[in-house]
Design a protein around this ligand. Structure first.
Ligand SMILES: [Zn+2]
Length: 288
């Protein structure tokens, strides 16, 4: 009983209306309404309907605000603050985190490689770039791949970021193959779109003195520029007959995706060796 009530009751000589005051809120007291479960998608309540909570926040305890009423369990059925919780930073953070997780899982399963590439951080990207550069250098200058893993160790000691993978000779070879695949894909697309092209080949020797034919294709781009592209080497084995060399040239065209070579090949340039241009038995008459 407050001091004011005491004063008033002593003035009127009646007891203060304590009973009535106690009854009033009792009659206003509200209980859990079943329709809330339909209206509020994240709401959950116990079977006795004496407590309710946010099932999204509760199922993500590492993200949720554990001190919030809808995490601990609310008993405030008079004025349930559904809106306030739904708009709270704590709740929206949890909802957003779940959405992000779903989106990334979906994309992971649909584009695993691209996703993996995108997920690389800057440091990993730089490491890949460095080892690709080393493998490309080996290929371009015809260095033996056995020196690849030695060079990786040297670069590491010099403080170059080479990451932790593809350090073996086999790793280097795999990188080289993927570079070659990408380059030959570009070349294939370019030569397939050319209307005509010419063939350029000549004998050469590699560092082990193996004799080979080095083969280029000269093509004209749509803007009139001439380019020559190396398409491959033909190692000359025991069979050096014009037929054998011609067959291998044709196979090289086909391997490069130039199945239409018979209609697009318009010129051949080579030295005057009889094996090449001999009127009846040279490679040029055979290609015709
Ligand atoms: Zn919540």
């Amino acid at each position: 009983m407050s001091k004011k009530q005491q004063t008033l009751s002593s003035f009127f000589g009646v007891s203060p209306p304590t009973k009535k005051r106690q009854l009033e809120p009792e009659s206003e007291k509200r209980f859990f309404l079943e329709k809330w479960l339909k209206d509020v998608p994240w709401l959950e309540a116990n079977d006795e309907r004496t407590e309710m909570w946010c099932k999204i926040c509760r199922s993500n305890p590492h993200l949720a605000d554990k001190t919030g009423a809808f995490y601990k369990g609310s008993k405030n059925f008079n004025h349930p603050l559904f809106d306030k919780h739904e708009k709270s930073k704590e709740h929206t953070n949890v909802v957003q985190a779940i959405a992000n997780k779903h989106a990334s899982q979906e994309e992971m399963s649909s584009r695993p490689l691209a996703r993996w590439r995108d997920k690389l951080n800057e440091e990993q990207r730089q490491a890949l770039f460095n080892i690709f550069l080393l493998a490309f250098h080996k290929a371009k200058h015809a260095r033996p791949m056995s020196s690849y893993s030695e060079d990786i160790q040297l670069l590491k000691r010099l403080g170059v970021n080479v990451g932790g993978a593809y350090h073996s000779r086999e790793g280097g070879t795999r990188i080289m193959q993927s570079i070659a695949h990408a380059i030959s894909g570009d070349l294939r697309a370019k030569l397939q779109s050319a209307e005509f092209w010419g063939l350029l080949f000549d004998g050469s020797e590699d560092i082990t003195k193996t004799e080979q034919e080095i083969v280029y294709i000269v093509s004209v781009s749509s803007n009139g520029e001439f380019t020559s592209d190396f398409i491959g080497l033909i190692e000359l084995g025991a069979d050096r007959t014009t037929q054998a060399i011609t067959d291998r040239l044709v196979r090289l065209f086909q391997d490069t995706g130039l199945d239409d070579w018979t209609t697009k090949l318009v010129a051949v340039c080579t030295d005057g060796a009889a094996v090449n241009v001999g009127m009846y038995n040279g490679i040029v008459p055979k290609l015709r």
